[in-house]
Design a protein around this ligand. Structure first.
Ligand SMILES: Nc1ncnc2c1ncn2[C@@H]1O[C@H](COP(=O)(O)OP(=O)(O)OP(=O)(O)O)[C@@H](O)[C@H]1O
Ligand SMILES: [Mg+2]
Length: 367
């Protein structure tokens, strides 16, 4: 066997001095180069690592094949924050990963690993998580407390309105109307807190999409065209059918609202297909395939850049009167289903992609 040799000359001094573990990954996703910091991180010599499948030696808790493919296709770098990285027998280390196609050959990828030191890790990511949690807890409590007095206000306004002259009655009606809107908003907050664990069973994805589509077309998406581009042979997924439909409905709703707000875009495309290359580390630590892909694609204005990085966080919204809970709920449901959601958005084309597992062998319905 001929030894694996890198065809990509690297300025040796820079490479050796880089204080972060770095790898060059060839077009076949095999390791083509490792710097000295990388050798220490992987606890192996560069000679023994070269030519090895990169993600065999380096288990990263994110769909890396997809990330690399995207970096190559777009010829642009990509950042993946707060992922667990495992090498060999070692316990996972939380890291930020940077992936960049090489300047002169986009097929070759530079991958830099920045391990987050313990203090930073405990400090920041925990505080983000608990901030989100306590924000939701607080909002739930407030929602509950505000609903009672609101009912009183609305009732009093209705009574007042009955004895008023027509021109003043409008004002009383306004109070009633606005109170109703607040109650609706509060109910959404409460619903978020009440999400039950999924009751999973084999589900036909197209049935769930159809339900969402029909419900959207008679309501908020009546002004849109929703087209179906399905792979009819797509096998079932293992999910809670109601929660799955809720995910699709939320995504369609966001698309419809963004298009309407901007007066741009008229079409939502529902696209399903099979792609075996996407793998995530499952609960048992072993890679689990997420081959069922569902994309909700719109031709609207795109996600506002100032909130793009945070749209899955609760209470982040780019629209007036938005609670910002839609996508937080979607991402919670998807992660309860051990799936993955990603988004790609430029003006004129926004794609939310949901990736789901198949039915586990022991859960298949006996026929
Ligand atoms: N398809 C899309 N096109 C453009 N922007 C989008 C799209 N989907 C989401 N967004 C942006 O992401 C924000 C967050 O969405 P999310 O569903 O979490 O909250 P919301 O729609 O504002 O409120 P809620 O869903 O709770 O009523 C939206 O306000 C919008 O600015
Ligand atoms: Mg929404």
């Amino acid at each position: 066997m001929t030894p694996y040799r890198t065809p990509y000359p690297v300025p040796g001094v820079v490479w050796a001095s880089l204080p972060l573990p770095a790898l060059l990954i060839g077009p076949d996703n095999r390791i083509a180069e490792v710097n000295p910091a990388g050798e220490i991180f992987l606890n192996a010599s560069s000679r023994s690592l070269m030519g090895q499948p990169a993600f065999d030696r380096l288990a990263i808790d994110a769909p890396m094949d997809e990330a690399l493919a995207r970096a190559r296709a777009n010829q642009s770098p990509l950042f993946i924050n707060d992922v667990d990285v495992t090498t060999g027998e070692r316990a996972p280390v939380q890291c930020n990963i940077q992936v960049a196609p090489m300047h002169d050959n986009a097929e070759v990828i530079l991958l830099i690993i920045s391990p987050r030191d313990i203090a930073d890790r405990l400090g920041r990511s925990m505080s983000v998580k608990s901030a989100a949690k306590s924000a939701i807890g607080m909002a739930e409590m407030l929602a509950h407390e505000i609903k009672n007095p609101l009912a009183g206000i609305s009732g009093a306004a209705q009574l007042l309105g009955m004895n008023l002259a027509p021109e003043d009655r409008e004002l009383a009606d306004l109070i009633v109307e606005e109170t109703r809107r607040i109650v609706k908003l509060l109910e959404q907050v409460e619903q978020f807190g009440n999400l039950r664990p999924p009751e999973r069973r084999p589900v036909n994805i197209h049935d769930a999409l159809d339900r969402a589509r029909k419900s959207a077309l008679v309501g908020f998406a009546a002004h849109m065209q929703i087209t179906e581009d399905y792979d009819p042979s797509l096998p079932p997924t293992f999910a809670d059918p109601d929660q799955l439909m809720q995910v699709f409905l939320n995504l369609i709703k966001n698309s419809a609202e963004a298009c309407q707000r901007a007066g741009e875009g008229t079409t939502i495309r529902l696209h399903t297909f099979y792609d075996l290359s996407l793998r995530l580390r499952g609960k048992d630590g072993r890679p689990a395939a997420l081959p069922l892909q569902i994309e909700i694609i719109d031709d609207g204005p795109g996600i506002p850049p100032d909130i793009a990085a945070d749209i899955f966080e609760p209470f982040v919204s780019g629209r007036e009167n938005g609670t910002g809970l839609g996508l937080a709920l979607v991402s919670k449901i998807i992660s309860d289903h051990e799936g993955w959601i990603s988004v790609d958005s430029v003006p004129g084309r926004t794609v939310f992609r949901v990736s789901l597992p198949m039915v586990p062998k022991d859960k298949k319905e006996k026929t």
